[in-house]
Design a protein around this ligand. Structure first.
Ligand SMILES: [Zn+2]
Length: 173
């Protein structure tokens, strides 16, 4: 039984790393596990996460809420998940570690970002867990329109979150 008031949380199996990153970008708490099927199934049960897999055997394990993904293309996979449980864009999470993001000032971001980014950007977000810093980049518009297509939206979704991505690989020292 699904409760539409509860934001779905996911666990993606080892084959679905790219999908997991996209779901985090959409704002969904998504674990990515390369552990054995037993451990993945256990985690899904104990943390009440929806299991995402293309593996019928794993999907058939007992006591799981599963979305058995049929498309191989990850944009189509996003569309299938959206059709199943509804995943409108929320405030993005860290694509790397699934941690929550918080706004930080230019001053705080400055030591950790390239000079040309500091000169041209004002809105920064930092992962509270791994320290990765995000900012709006030209890549972001491309990502938004791809997500909009995958979700079947006419227009690129606006997260209203003030979070803007693309980011370098910069981490807190
Ligand atoms: Zn992180």
């Amino acid at each position: 039984m699904s409760d539409p008031t509860v934001t779905p949380r996911f666990i993606a199996d080892a084959m679905l790393g790219k999908l997991a990153r996209w779901l985090r970008l959409l704002g969904y708490d998504t674990l990515y596990s390369q552990e054995s099927d037993s451990i993945i199934a256990q985690l899904a049960r104990s943390e009440h996460r929806i299991l995402l897999t293309r593996d019928r055997e794993l999907a058939a394990r007992r006591g799981l809420r599963v979305i058995l993904l049929t498309p191989t293309d990850f944009e189509m996979q996003v569309a299938q998940i959206h059709a199943a449980v509804g995943i409108p864009p929320l405030t993005p999470r860290c694509m790397v570690c699934n941690g929550p993001l918080s706004p930080i000032s230019l001053e705080m971001a400055h030591p950790h970002i390239p000079p040309h980014i500091a000169a041209t950007h004002r809105d920064f977000q930092q992962c509270q867990q791994c320290g990765k810093i995000y900012w709006r980049g030209t890549h972001w518009d491309g990502i938004r329109s791809r997500i909009a297509r995958a979700l079947g939206c006419d227009q690129a979704p606006d997260t209203n979150s003030g979070v803007h991505f693309t980011s370098g690989e910069n981490r807190r020292q």
